[in-house]
Design a protein around this ligand. Structure first.
Ligand code: BTN
Length: 250
């Protein structure tokens, strides 16, 4: 992965560029990286803020030889890759909140956005966007989000050390992802699931799963091989959660 790389000093959204490149036939493994995004896209139509010289903003194009319903598994793979690359580069142990948030000490550090594109003449493509707070200082987070978000720099060495090398971290995310992806294509998600579960904070606890029309409260028992979250409510009924915002019951 990343052998074909398109770099921008500034662009609206690497996700948007990756979609365009995929439409034009870009190959699997093509990666788009930007030093700055001016119109970053988050999940559920939200805005994603990233800063120049500070954040990592990247989107990977994949063409998995798999049915589209397997796509959510790739998000879980990406989360494992990012957690492992961060550990290797900074020693920090992050946690995954299903499906695709990476937290450090309970605050959001990384967002992952997975989108699919059906190309009539090509294998469908999957675009995985990763936004990572790397070298933000406390002034970079406004008062309204300081209690919700953090950066690697802020959590490492009491925010007194060297800034984190973004290029190294990007290279390691790609290496880790490539290794997991190969393993996944060969042996399926079951070979990655234990790793994902070991980093997860949303399994084995009580959670609120907030969806558009309802909220389910219950015990998160685990994820299925398709990456679906299983939540048992107080009446003992198990719900299959495909997409939701998860709040962990403190
Ligand atoms: C989330 O809402 O948590 C997902 C955020 C994903 C942000 C990344 S940054 C790189 C890529 N380009 C975008 O415009 N969004 C994703």
């Amino acid at each position: 992965l990343g052998r074909e790389l398109t770099y921008f000093d500034a662009t609206e959204s690497t996700q948007q560029i990756a979609h365009k490149l995929a439409q034009e036939g870009a190959e699997e493994g093509h990666v788009v990286v930007a030093n700055e995004q001016t119109k970053g896209k988050g999940r559920l139509g939200r805005v994603w803020h990233s800063r120049s010289n500070t954040s990592i903003s990247m989107s990977m194009i994949l063409r998995p030889p798999l049915p589209p319903q397997k796509t959510p598994q790739l998000t879980l793979l990406a989360a494992v890759a990012v957690v492992q690359a961060i550990k290797k580069n900074t020693g920090l142990q992050c946690e995954i909140k299903w499906p695709n948030d990476i937290l450090l000490k309970g605050k959001k550090l990384v967002g992952i956005l997975t989108e699919m594109q059906a190309d009539p003449d090509l294998v469908h493509s999957v675009i995985i966007g990763i936004g990572l707070n790397v070298n933000q200082t406390s002034e970079d987070f406004g008062e309204d989000i300081a209690h919700l978000a953090t950066s690697l720099y802020l959590e490492k060495d009491g925010a007194s050390g060297q800034p984190v090398d973004r290029a190294r971290l990007i290279a390691d995310i790609l290496l880790e992802f490539e290794e997991l992806y190969e393993e996944y294509l060969e042996n399926g998600f079951q070979s990655i699931r234990p790793l994902w579960e070991s980093y997860s904070i949303s399994v084995g606890t009580y959670i609120y799963a907030r969806m558009i029309k309802e909220v389910i409260y219950g015990y998160a028992k685990g994820i299925t091989d398709d990456g679906v979250l299983l939540v048992e409510d107080e009446s003992g009924k198990t719900h299959h959660i495909y997409s939701a915002d998860i709040e962990i019951d403190p």
